[in-house]
Design a protein around this ligand. Structure first.
Ligand SMILES: *Cc1c(COP(=O)(O)O)cnc(C)c1O
Length: 389
């Protein structure tokens, strides 16, 4: 049986799927997909481990165990999408009048969710540059409930000091949420660094094959876990058993994929940094990155996301993007295939131009989710597209 002190690779393959773990198991090496929506009981007043699939499902149960294990958390919860996880968390934690402090460079959908809550429930939000922990502290108010971080951020790949910010937050009795989607639990474990809650868009690296929409929450606090679990059922923000199976399967190769995403991303970042048609490159694995040392201190890797500004503006960016042959022009990230996109016109179009400018998302910015293909093929494709601009 896999134990918590086994290495990441061992846990990512075994936890939750040990044959002896599954009740009534026939020794399956792979957790079965339990499609039944309901479970028979012997007695009217008593149900077994499972009752109704929204409140609990054996395939999801196996996956939630693995989620907890990978982030070194006591508890894990699965959701139908990253945003379903985030919405369930906000619904559980935030009351009218509360204040949230967030990184000014958060995922666009998270900002959109915050804005919905702001108008409906009269909460206040301060988005600040969390690369400077003192700005986080300065933003605190008496009604601050939580801090919402990403590291590295999307799409400008800024890195914040999770341990330092958690320490400040806990002095003020404020909870720290870290969206750990970009590095995945293989490269970074925010709870070990002092954060209270981790959220993931499972859709990205964890599922890893661009064929599942999913989300997760991991945390240590039992009382808070019970509340979120209650709302996971009450809101119905659950993943399907088939998707849980795909994620259990995808997780088995997470470390292999992340290592390749990263080595390809570093090669591409170095190529871009030396390219005459590139203004600047954002990648935490480059020594030129302002938080290069901090990222080394708190994480085991830099990940597979690279952003850069092409010389010129929207016209040059669009021309470049539409000339690529191997890279797929698409939103999303974290799959085995390389994807590329224009944040201002695509992923971050849902936030205002003013907010985009504040977050440094220029019209010349291009974001790359570097896949696990052969790096020479990827670089050759970038080169031929640059030649057409
Ligand atoms: C994609 C993404 C989300 C939202 O997740 P979905 O699964 O698309 O709902 C949240 N945070 C980050 C950093 C993401 O990349």
């Amino acid at each position: 049986m896999a134990k918590q002190n086994h290495s990441f690779n061992t846990r990512s393959i075994h936890v939750g799927e040990e044959p002896e773990y599954l009740e009534g198991s026939k020794g399956e090496v792979v957790a079965p997909i339990y499609l039944s929506t309901t479970y028979a009981r012997q007695e009217v007043k008593k149900h077994g481990q499972f009752e109704y699939s929204r409140s609990g499902n054996p395939t999801r149960f196996a996956l939630e165990k693995r989620y907890a294990s990978l982030e070194h958390a006591n508890y894990g919860l699965g959701f139908g999408s990253g945003l379903a996880a985030e919405a369930t968390l906000l619904f559980t934690l935030i009351n009218p009048g509360d204040h949230i402090v967030g990184f000014d460079d958060l995922y666009g959908g998270t900002k959109r969710l915050f804005n919905q809550w702001k108008e409906k429930y009269k909460i206040t939000i301060s988005l600040v540059d969390a690369t400077q922990p003192k700005l986080i502290e300065a933003a605190f108010q008496s009604d601050t409930k939580l801090i919402w971080l990403e590291s590295p951020t999307n799409p400008t790949l800024k890195v914040c000091d999770i341990a330092a910010i958690s320490e400040i937050a806990h002095r003020h009795n404020v909870l720290v949420v870290v969206d750990n989607t970009f590095l995945s639990p293989y490269f970074q474990n925010p709870i070990v660094l002092g954060a209270d809650i981790v959220v993931h868009s499972i859709t990205k690296y964890i599922a890893g094959h661009s064929d599942v929409i999913g989300g997760a929450i991991m945390l240590n606090d039992k009382e808070l876990y019970e509340k979120i679990k209650f709302n996971q059922n009450a809101l119905g923000s659950v993943p399907s058993p088939f998707d849980c199976y795909l994620v259990l399967r995808g997780l088995k190769t997470l470390s292999l994929r992340m290592d390749r995403h990263q080595s390809n991303a570093l090669a591409i970042a170095q190529y871009l940094e030396n390219h005459p048609k590139v203004d600047c490159v954002y990648y935490p694995g480059l020594q030129s990155h302002p938080q290069y040392a901090l990222n080394i201190k708190q994480a085991k890797g830099f990940g597979g996301m690279v952003s850069f500004e092409i010389k010129g503006g929207e016209k040059e960016a669009v021309q470049f993007l539409e000339s690529l042959e191997l890279f797929t022009l698409a939103e999303s990230l974290g799959g085995v295939e390389s994807l590329i996109e224009h944040p201002a016109l695509m992923t971050h179009a849902s936030i205002t131009k003013k907010e985009r400018e504040q977050a440094g998302i220029k019209d010349s910015l291009i974001r790359v989710s570097v896949g696990v293909e052969d790096k020479d093929d990827l670089i050759n494709d970038l080169e031929q597209a640059f030649n057409k601009v």
